[in-house]
Design a protein around this ligand. Structure first.
Ligand code: ATP
Ligand code: MN
Length: 548
């Protein structure tokens, strides 16, 4: 391994730790300055010196991601070629990109990086060595490189010596595409090329594009070629070695609820479930939302925000470098990334046995779904394919109607294959491993958004705890009138009257109307998948009485 200290050759200057067989010119970049595998401290210093980052009072670094403070699903493409043409489920999230145009755009991005200073990170995905995917991440900015360091698995010094990459990720936020010439929708893009194993990101500095690009690639590769069920979920392990996984769309609580002082964290967002029934994390770090974060409510995440952590788009308390977590002026999607070791209670490597309990998290801003309910296998498949959540539309004045989302497998933007592929894997694994499946509403209670309020985190945690330790096996259940799911009548540390949501609404008829309204939306959405569903799954759908 070369420990480089400003080694100028004619055209390319290189610093840092470079694997023995690595070459930057092999990627097409011939001139400039490449910084290889710098330490987090070095990257932080460069970002601060460049005026792109601020050191916060907790020792974490804070940056601004620029124009984009969230992912841009409409600008995510997959190169359509012999590998993908017939296997990708082409839709609004999996948008085809022309091979010739991709090759040209790649060359343009390389030309853009030429003569610049840039950063190279060698890392890997998949904690289970059998599925390891070696990544080389080339970034225009030092802080994007720090993100890659935090989020992917970090090779040991020995591994780095002989590191060869399989996939290449290029992240050039300053490069702007020309849509008419380049075949993009607008100036930013994130494109996966499965043949050349490249993820090309331009025009957006939002770091989530890097992690979700790799996730999307794995969601295509693992189920098809390795018989691994790829999942958008968090995972942790209890004292009895029992694994729990938590599916859910953005903002439903995967990261928050998996950080549990009584359970060891496997990972907070992306996992694989293998044919021999283990669950492994794809990543080496966590990416937590920080809006309204408090030490009291989320102590593990709060304490993880120290030296090495990277905060995004946060606002400081006036005149200080102390973060004001309550301030969403820049975006509601304020974030922090950190290596998973920042969480005290973790398993190493990030692998567990097959899950005993599966939670579907939904943030139902209509206040219709019960705080917790138990699902039959048919209901589980129905809700997995539906992938429902409803969030409040925003913080602007006057917006009172929640935004309903149905996103297959609780992660449609990251799933290149048809949902039935993932759903079949889930169904057979649930039956094989005899897993309990629960639906948890982390959203509204006591009325819909504007009337009721968000479920208290304390109660949600107590419900999950009771499901995990078996206490919910000892209680009586009643079925929800419309959704048919089984609601426990009692749960330790939770007031019984909130367990059936209808009880929490002052206006019961309004509740019934809203429940029917939501059920109709579920059933309408499901018509797209009905042809693939068997009797059992169809029986898992909400039941609407005629003329209801
Ligand atoms: P992403 O896929 O975008 O990472 P996520 O599913 O990991 O999303 P979290 O980061 O866990 O989502 O976000 C859940 C947010 O909701 C947190 O900010 C948390 O504080 C807040 N919250 C409020 N009440 C609850 C509750 N009852 N259960 C879970 N989260 C809650
Ligand atoms: Mn998360």
């Amino acid at each position: 391994m070369l420990h480089l200290k400003h080694q100028p050759n004619k055209c390319m200057e290189e610093t840092g730790i470079k694997p023995n067989h690595a070459s930057i010119t092999a990627l097409g970049i011939t001139h400039g300055k490449a910084h290889w595998n710098l330490s987090p401290e070095q990257l932080a210093e460069i970002a601060v010196d460049a005026g792109q980052a601020t050191m916060t009072s907790s020792g974490a670094l804070a940056i601004d991601t620029g124009e984009f403070t969230g992912r841009s699903p409409k600008d995510k493409f997959i190169v359509k070629d012999e590998i993908t043409a017939d296997s990708v489920w082409w839709n609004n999230f999996n948008i085809p990109f022309d091979r010739t145009k991709f090759d040209r755009l790649y060359n343009k991005v390389i030309a853009y990086l030429n003569n610049k200073e840039f950063y190279v990170r060698d890392a890997y995905a998949c904690a289970d060595e059998r599925y390891r995917m070696n990544l080389r991440v080339v970034t225009e900015y030092a802080w994007s490189n720090l993100f890659a360091y935090n989020m992917f698995l970090r090779p040991s010094q020995d591994e780095l010596k002989e590191f060869n990459h399989e996939w290449l990720i290029i992240c050039a936020p300053g490069f702007k595409a020309n849509p008419t010439e380049d075949g993009t929708r607008q100036h930013n893009f994130s494109i996966i090329d499965f043949s050349k194993k490249i993820i090309l990101i331009g025009g957006s500095g939002y770091t989530g594009e890097i992690k979700k690009g790799v996730f999307s690639a794995l969601n295509f590769i693992l189920p098809q070629t390795k018989n691994v069920f790829a999942m958008h979920c968090s995972a942790n392990i209890g004292k009895d070695n029992d694994t729990a996984i938590f599916f859910g769309l953005s903002g439903t609580g995967k990261t928050t609820l998996s950080a549990d002082p009584d359970r060891k964290l496997i990972g907070d967002d992306e996992h694989g479930w293998t044919a021999d029934n283990t669950v492994f994390n794809f990543e080496g770090g966590c990416y937590a939302k920080t809006i309204d974060l408090t030490e009291e409510k989320e102590p593990d995440i709060f304490k993880a925000i120290t030296k090495g952590a990277l905060l995004e788009n946060i606002v400081f308390k006036k005149g200080t470098n102390e973060v004001d977590f309550a301030d969403g002026a820049r975006t509601e999607n304020t974030r922090v990334s950190y290596p998973i070791q920042h969480i005290k209670n973790i398993v190493t490597p990030s692998i567990g046995h097959h899950p005993k309990n599966i939670f579907f998290l939904t943030c139902d801003a209509y206040g219709v779904l019960p705080p917790i309910s138990k699902l039959t296998p048919g209901q589980a498949a129905f809700h997995f394919i539906s992938g429902y959540t409803a969030k409040v539309a925003g913080t602007e004045a006057g917006i009172t109607e929640p935004a309903m989302t149905f996103s297959t497998c609780f992660g449609a933007p990251f799933m290149p294959l048809h949902p039935t592929k993932y759903a079949e894997m889930l169904s057979s694994k649930i039956k094989e491993a005899k897993v309990n499946v629960w639906m948890v509403n982390t959203g509204w209670s006591g009325g819909e958004y504007g009337v009721g309020k968000r479920m208290s985190l304390k109660h949600t945690r107590a419900l999950i705890r009771a499901a995990l330790n078996g206490e919910l096996n000892k209680v009586i259940y009643e079925n929800h009138e419309v959704f048919g799911v089984a609601m426990p009548l009692h749960c330790p540390d939770v007031p019984a009257e909130i367990l059936n949501p209808r009880n929490t609404w002052a206006d019961k008829e309004a509740y019934d109307r809203k429940a029917v309204y939501l059920a109709e939306a579920f059933n309408k959405n499901f018509t797209r998948y009905a042809e693939f569903a068997n009797e059992e799954i169809l029986a898992g759908a909400p039941h609407l009485k005629e003329h209801a």
